[in-house]
Design a protein. Sequence first.
Length: 292
Amino acid sequence: MQDKITKFLAHNDKISIICIDTTELVEKARNTHDLSPLATAAFGRLLTITAIMAQEMKNKTDKITIQIKGNGEIGTMLTTASNEPKVKGYVANPYVDLPLNEFGKLDVGGAVGQEGYINVIKDIGLKDPYIGISPLTSGEIADDFTNYFVNSEQRQSAVALGVLVNKDGVKAAGGYLITPMPDATDEEISKVEQAIFKAGAISKMLDENLTLLEIAKKVTGDKNVKVIEDEKVPVYECDCSKEHIAEGLATLGKTEIENIIKEDGKAEIICHFCNKKYDFTKEELEEIKNSI
Protein backbone atom coordinates (compact mmCIF):
# COMPACT_ATOMS: atom_id res chain seq x y z
CA MET A 1 0.00 0.00 0.00
CA GLN A 2 1.41 3.40 -0.99
CA ASP A 3 2.18 5.99 1.68
CA LYS A 4 -0.47 8.65 2.05
CA ILE A 5 -1.41 11.72 4.06
CA THR A 6 -5.05 12.65 4.58
CA LYS A 7 -6.78 15.58 6.30
CA PHE A 8 -10.16 15.08 7.96
CA LEU A 9 -12.73 17.00 9.98
CA ALA A 10 -14.78 15.25 12.67
CA HIS A 11 -17.62 16.07 15.08
CA ASN A 12 -19.36 18.67 12.88
CA ASP A 13 -16.08 20.21 11.66
CA LYS A 14 -14.93 20.98 15.20
CA ILE A 15 -12.04 18.50 15.33
CA SER A 16 -9.21 18.56 12.78
CA ILE A 17 -7.23 15.37 12.16
CA ILE A 18 -4.27 14.60 9.91
CA CYS A 19 -3.49 10.89 9.45
CA ILE A 20 -0.40 9.59 7.69
CA ASP A 21 1.07 6.30 6.53
CA THR A 22 4.87 6.59 6.23
CA THR A 23 5.82 2.91 5.96
CA GLU A 24 7.69 3.23 2.63
CA LEU A 25 9.21 6.60 3.57
CA VAL A 26 10.69 5.25 6.82
CA GLU A 27 11.90 2.08 5.08
CA LYS A 28 13.73 4.24 2.51
CA ALA A 29 15.33 6.25 5.34
CA ARG A 30 16.34 2.99 7.06
CA ASN A 31 18.02 1.73 3.88
CA THR A 32 19.65 5.08 3.09
CA HIS A 33 21.26 5.46 6.50
CA ASP A 34 21.66 1.75 7.36
CA LEU A 35 19.74 2.34 10.59
CA SER A 36 19.56 -0.07 13.51
CA PRO A 37 16.01 -1.14 14.51
CA LEU A 38 16.07 1.32 17.44
CA ALA A 39 17.35 4.21 15.28
CA THR A 40 14.67 3.32 12.71
CA ALA A 41 11.94 3.56 15.36
CA ALA A 42 13.17 6.91 16.71
CA PHE A 43 14.03 8.55 13.39
CA GLY A 44 10.88 7.14 11.76
CA ARG A 45 8.72 8.86 14.36
CA LEU A 46 10.52 12.17 13.77
CA LEU A 47 10.20 11.84 9.97
CA THR A 48 6.47 11.14 10.41
CA ILE A 49 5.70 14.21 12.55
CA THR A 50 7.88 16.31 10.20
CA ALA A 51 5.73 15.23 7.22
CA ILE A 52 2.54 16.03 9.17
CA MET A 53 3.77 19.50 10.17
CA ALA A 54 5.06 20.17 6.64
CA GLN A 55 1.59 19.33 5.32
CA GLU A 56 0.13 22.07 7.55
CA MET A 57 2.16 24.74 5.72
CA LYS A 58 0.42 26.51 2.87
CA ASN A 59 2.95 27.18 0.08
CA LYS A 60 5.20 24.93 -1.98
CA THR A 61 8.18 27.14 -1.16
CA ASP A 62 7.61 26.79 2.61
CA LYS A 63 10.18 24.72 4.51
CA ILE A 64 10.30 23.20 7.96
CA THR A 65 13.40 22.01 9.81
CA ILE A 66 13.19 20.07 13.07
CA GLN A 67 16.08 19.17 15.34
CA ILE A 68 15.85 16.90 18.37
CA LYS A 69 18.87 17.11 20.62
CA GLY A 70 18.62 14.82 23.63
CA ASN A 71 21.11 13.38 26.11
CA GLY A 72 20.60 9.82 24.84
CA GLU A 73 22.98 7.71 22.74
CA ILE A 74 21.30 8.44 19.40
CA GLY A 75 22.57 12.04 19.58
CA THR A 76 21.12 14.78 17.40
CA MET A 77 18.42 13.95 14.84
CA LEU A 78 17.54 16.49 12.17
CA THR A 79 14.80 16.50 9.54
CA THR A 80 13.71 18.99 6.93
CA ALA A 81 10.71 19.03 4.58
CA SER A 82 8.78 21.00 1.98
CA ASN A 83 4.99 21.00 2.08
CA GLU A 84 4.59 18.44 -0.75
CA PRO A 85 5.80 16.81 1.61
CA LYS A 86 9.30 15.73 0.60
CA VAL A 87 11.22 14.81 3.74
CA LYS A 88 14.89 14.12 4.43
CA GLY A 89 17.12 13.99 7.49
CA TYR A 90 19.98 12.38 9.34
CA VAL A 91 20.83 10.75 12.67
CA ALA A 92 24.10 11.32 14.57
CA ASN A 93 24.30 7.67 15.69
CA PRO A 94 22.45 5.46 13.18
CA TYR A 95 23.64 2.24 14.86
CA VAL A 96 22.33 2.93 18.39
CA ASP A 97 21.28 -0.23 20.23
CA LEU A 98 19.85 -0.59 23.75
CA PRO A 99 18.04 -3.35 25.65
CA LEU A 100 14.24 -3.41 25.26
CA ASN A 101 12.34 -1.18 27.71
CA GLU A 102 10.17 -2.42 30.62
CA PHE A 103 7.26 -3.04 28.22
CA GLY A 104 9.38 -5.24 25.95
CA LYS A 105 9.49 -2.57 23.23
CA LEU A 106 12.31 -0.68 21.51
CA ASP A 107 13.56 1.91 24.01
CA VAL A 108 13.12 5.09 21.94
CA GLY A 109 12.91 7.26 25.08
CA GLY A 110 16.20 5.83 26.31
CA ALA A 111 17.91 6.34 22.95
CA VAL A 112 16.73 9.96 22.58
CA GLY A 113 17.02 10.88 26.27
CA GLN A 114 14.68 12.75 28.61
CA GLU A 115 16.81 15.89 28.75
CA GLY A 116 17.26 18.17 25.77
CA TYR A 117 15.03 20.03 23.38
CA ILE A 118 13.02 20.12 20.17
CA ASN A 119 13.89 23.02 17.88
CA VAL A 120 11.44 23.83 15.04
CA ILE A 121 12.21 26.35 12.30
CA LYS A 122 9.45 27.23 9.82
CA ASP A 123 10.50 29.26 6.79
CA ILE A 124 7.16 30.45 5.41
CA GLY A 125 8.25 33.40 3.28
CA LEU A 126 8.32 36.02 6.03
CA LYS A 127 11.33 38.23 6.68
CA ASP A 128 12.36 36.05 9.64
CA PRO A 129 11.58 32.37 10.07
CA TYR A 130 9.36 31.17 12.94
CA ILE A 131 11.45 29.44 15.61
CA GLY A 132 9.92 27.31 18.35
CA ILE A 133 11.86 25.58 21.12
CA SER A 134 10.44 23.13 23.62
CA PRO A 135 12.11 20.85 26.19
CA LEU A 136 11.97 17.08 25.83
CA THR A 137 9.60 15.45 28.29
CA SER A 138 10.03 11.72 27.64
CA GLY A 139 12.16 11.23 24.53
CA GLU A 140 9.34 9.09 23.08
CA ILE A 141 8.78 11.89 20.51
CA ALA A 142 4.93 11.84 20.32
CA ASP A 143 4.65 13.08 23.95
CA ASP A 144 7.41 15.59 23.30
CA PHE A 145 5.53 17.06 20.34
CA THR A 146 2.23 17.18 22.27
CA ASN A 147 4.18 19.29 24.76
CA TYR A 148 5.79 21.34 21.95
CA PHE A 149 2.38 22.27 20.47
CA VAL A 150 1.17 23.53 23.87
CA ASN A 151 4.39 25.41 24.72
CA SER A 152 5.32 26.89 21.35
CA GLU A 153 2.14 27.03 19.26
CA GLN A 154 -0.39 27.40 22.10
CA ARG A 155 -2.61 24.58 20.89
CA GLN A 156 -3.88 21.50 22.63
CA SER A 157 -3.25 18.50 20.37
CA ALA A 158 -3.08 14.74 20.48
CA VAL A 159 -0.06 13.27 18.70
CA ALA A 160 0.46 9.58 17.94
CA LEU A 161 3.53 8.23 16.15
CA GLY A 162 4.54 4.63 15.64
CA VAL A 163 7.08 2.51 13.80
CA LEU A 164 6.87 -1.27 13.77
CA VAL A 165 10.17 -2.92 12.84
CA ASN A 166 10.81 -6.61 12.15
CA LYS A 167 13.85 -8.53 10.88
CA ASP A 168 13.11 -7.51 7.27
CA GLY A 169 12.76 -3.80 7.96
CA VAL A 170 9.81 -1.47 8.52
CA LYS A 171 6.53 -3.36 8.81
CA ALA A 172 4.35 -0.30 9.49
CA ALA A 173 4.90 3.38 10.25
CA GLY A 174 2.62 6.37 10.57
CA GLY A 175 0.89 8.75 12.90
CA TYR A 176 -1.85 11.27 13.46
CA LEU A 177 -2.29 14.80 14.79
CA ILE A 178 -5.67 15.74 16.26
CA THR A 179 -6.42 19.38 17.04
CA PRO A 180 -9.74 20.70 18.40
CA MET A 181 -11.06 23.89 16.75
CA PRO A 182 -11.68 26.88 19.05
CA ASP A 183 -15.45 26.11 19.06
CA ALA A 184 -15.04 22.43 20.07
CA THR A 185 -16.99 21.62 23.23
CA ASP A 186 -15.63 19.79 26.28
CA GLU A 187 -18.00 16.93 25.43
CA GLU A 188 -16.58 16.55 21.91
CA ILE A 189 -13.00 16.69 23.20
CA SER A 190 -13.85 14.09 25.84
CA LYS A 191 -15.33 11.77 23.16
CA VAL A 192 -12.08 12.03 21.18
CA GLU A 193 -9.95 11.35 24.26
CA GLN A 194 -11.96 8.19 25.03
CA ALA A 195 -11.78 7.06 21.37
CA ILE A 196 -7.97 7.52 21.32
CA PHE A 197 -7.65 5.43 24.48
CA LYS A 198 -9.77 2.62 22.99
CA ALA A 199 -8.11 2.69 19.55
CA GLY A 200 -4.65 1.57 20.70
CA ALA A 201 -1.31 2.04 18.93
CA ILE A 202 -1.20 3.65 15.48
CA SER A 203 1.46 1.20 14.23
CA LYS A 204 -0.79 -1.73 15.21
CA MET A 205 -3.76 -0.22 13.30
CA LEU A 206 -1.60 0.25 10.21
CA ASP A 207 -0.19 -3.25 10.57
CA GLU A 208 -3.78 -4.55 10.62
CA ASN A 209 -4.22 -2.78 7.25
CA LEU A 210 -6.76 -0.24 8.48
CA THR A 211 -7.14 2.62 6.00
CA LEU A 212 -6.43 6.18 7.13
CA LEU A 213 -10.19 6.84 6.99
CA GLU A 214 -10.87 3.88 9.28
CA ILE A 215 -8.15 5.09 11.65
CA ALA A 216 -9.61 8.63 11.67
CA LYS A 217 -13.06 7.23 12.54
CA LYS A 218 -11.59 5.04 15.27
CA VAL A 219 -9.49 7.71 17.00
CA THR A 220 -12.18 10.41 16.89
CA GLY A 221 -15.16 8.18 17.72
CA ASP A 222 -17.01 9.79 14.80
CA LYS A 223 -18.32 7.50 12.03
CA ASN A 224 -19.06 10.53 9.83
CA VAL A 225 -15.61 12.09 9.50
CA LYS A 226 -15.19 14.22 6.39
CA VAL A 227 -12.21 13.88 4.05
CA ILE A 228 -10.81 17.36 3.33
CA GLU A 229 -7.69 16.49 1.34
CA ASP A 230 -6.11 13.17 0.42
CA GLU A 231 -4.07 13.46 -2.75
CA LYS A 232 -0.64 14.00 -1.20
CA VAL A 233 2.01 11.29 -0.94
CA PRO A 234 4.86 11.84 1.56
CA VAL A 235 8.28 10.72 0.28
CA TYR A 236 11.84 10.49 1.56
CA GLU A 237 13.73 12.45 -1.07
CA CYS A 238 16.96 14.41 -1.03
CA ASP A 239 17.35 17.43 -3.33
CA CYS A 240 21.14 17.53 -3.22
CA SER A 241 23.14 18.14 -6.41
CA LYS A 242 26.74 18.79 -7.37
CA GLU A 243 25.85 22.48 -7.83
CA HIS A 244 24.47 22.70 -4.26
CA ILE A 245 27.55 20.97 -2.86
CA ALA A 246 29.83 23.32 -4.86
CA GLU A 247 27.99 26.29 -3.33
CA GLY A 248 28.62 24.78 0.10
CA LEU A 249 32.32 24.37 -0.68
CA ALA A 250 32.52 28.00 -1.77
CA THR A 251 31.42 29.09 1.72
CA LEU A 252 34.69 27.62 3.10
CA GLY A 253 36.54 30.53 1.52
CA LYS A 254 39.57 30.77 -0.77
CA THR A 255 42.22 29.87 1.83
CA GLU A 256 40.49 26.67 2.94
CA ILE A 257 39.93 25.52 -0.66
CA GLU A 258 43.56 26.35 -1.44
CA ASN A 259 44.59 24.09 1.48
CA ILE A 260 42.42 21.22 0.18
CA ILE A 261 44.03 21.57 -3.28
CA LYS A 262 47.55 21.58 -1.77
CA GLU A 263 46.98 18.68 0.63
CA ASP A 264 44.69 16.35 -1.34
CA GLY A 265 44.43 17.70 -4.87
CA LYS A 266 40.75 16.71 -4.86
CA ALA A 267 37.70 16.48 -2.58
CA GLU A 268 35.08 13.85 -1.85
CA ILE A 269 31.94 15.21 -0.20
CA ILE A 270 29.19 12.95 1.16
CA CYS A 271 25.66 14.32 1.53
CA HIS A 272 24.43 13.97 5.15
CA PHE A 273 20.87 13.33 4.03
CA CYS A 274 21.25 10.62 1.38
CA ASN A 275 24.91 9.46 1.62
CA LYS A 276 25.51 10.24 -2.06
CA LYS A 277 29.18 10.93 -2.86
CA TYR A 278 30.32 13.90 -4.91
CA ASP A 279 33.89 13.99 -6.26
CA PHE A 280 35.60 17.27 -7.13
CA THR A 281 38.79 17.26 -9.19
CA LYS A 282 41.65 19.72 -8.68
CA GLU A 283 40.39 21.70 -11.70
CA GLU A 284 36.86 21.89 -10.29
CA LEU A 285 38.18 23.07 -6.93
CA GLU A 286 40.27 25.74 -8.70
CA GLU A 287 37.11 26.85 -10.51
CA ILE A 288 35.17 27.13 -7.22
CA LYS A 289 38.08 29.05 -5.61
CA ASN A 290 38.24 31.49 -8.52
CA SER A 291 34.50 32.11 -8.42
CA ILE A 292 34.62 33.39 -4.81
